[in-house]
Design a protein around this ligand. Structure first.
Ligand SMILES: N[C@@H](CCC(=O)N[C@@H](CSC=O)C(=O)NCC(=O)O)C(=O)O
Length: 265
């Protein structure tokens, strides 16, 4: 697996555990390059002083029969869960990779990074991943945001395909990763959740893959009541132009909860 890491201008390897981290989880078909090249978090990382980690979206070349046959399952579509099906359980463990394995590996390599001060963001499949990982680990991450997230994956075609393939037919297992279910069970510290959704996004309005309204509704029955903002933005589709257009707001949001700006900013 590959990875991109952006170290801000203020990064100093000698200042042990001084630089907070924003993890950006990309969507279906993506590699670590998509976010690094097209989301444009880097100027804001420099401004506020956080690093940006861009992981891959699945194992690569695991050698599993059929893993390269679809763009929305297998390679490039690890779906940020730990597979339990016989075929995928040894390699497709993206939840543990992001939540446990990767921070340890990166902390060894970059001593200046502070993996106790981490926030999550992501796009589409990665937006779902960011929300799920945040909500499954109460208090571990400082904040979460998402761009056009797959908000209710146990209830949409992409989620049904990936959860079915990685977790099997027992839908109860799928719910353990579904942000719209997880938010109601969450019992930890609450930071406001920031979401942007384009009103010209065909994956939402044509294909019903995203459903941020379900997540918002569920949040009203949770500790996050009044703390989830779903910003519907006219004319934007699902592309990286959309992400780049609102990266500034998301960076500002995370900088605040990563402790990099005072409450007045
Ligand atoms: N190949 C597909 C489209 C795949 C696509 O749009 N992927 C999105 C993420 S979708 C949800 O996770 C993406 O970010 N693509 C990379 C990019 O740089 O735009 C098709 O043919 O429809």
């Amino acid at each position: 697996m590959d990875i991109n890491v952006y170290l801000p201008a203020s990064y100093d390897a000698g200042k042990i555990h001084a630089t907070p981290v924003l993890i950006y989880l990309a969507g279906l078909t993506c590699s670590p390059a998509n976010g690094a090249e097209k989301a444009f978090f880097q100027p804001y990382a420099d401004k506020y002083g956080f690093a940006v980690v861009y992981p891959d979206t699945s194992p690569r070349g695991a050698g599993i029969d059929g893993e390269d046959e679809n763009w929305d399952f297998g390679t490039g579509a690890g779906f940020y869960c730990d597979a339990t099906t016989e075929k995928y359980k040894d390699h497709y463990r993206m939840y543990s990779y992001i939540n446990e394995e990767l921070p340890v590996l990166l902390a060894e390599k970059f001593a200046g990074l502070d993996f106790d001060t981490v926030s999550l963001t992501g796009h589409s499949m990665g937006g779902y991943g960011a929300l799920a990982i945040y909500l499954k680990n109460a208090g571990k991450y400082k904040s979460v945001s998402a761009f056009a997230p797959i908000s209710n994956p146990s209830n949409c075609p992409w989620g049904e395909k990936c959860f079915g393939g990685y977790l099997g037919d027992d839908r109860a297992a799928w719910l353990e990763y579904d942000p719209t279910v997880l938010i109601k069970k969450y019992d930890g510290p609450v930071a406001p959740i920031l979401i942007h959704q384009g009103l010209a996004d065909a994956f939402h309005y044509r294909d019903n893959q995203l459903q941020p309204e379900n997540f918002l509704k569920a949040s009203e029955e949770s500790k996050f009541k009044g703390k989830v903002s779903v910003n519907l933005v006219e004319k934007f589709d699902h592309s990286y132009f959309f992400i780049a257009s609102f990266a500034k707001e998301h960076a500002e949001h995370h900088a605040k909860y990563l402790g990099l700006v005072g409450p007045s900013l």
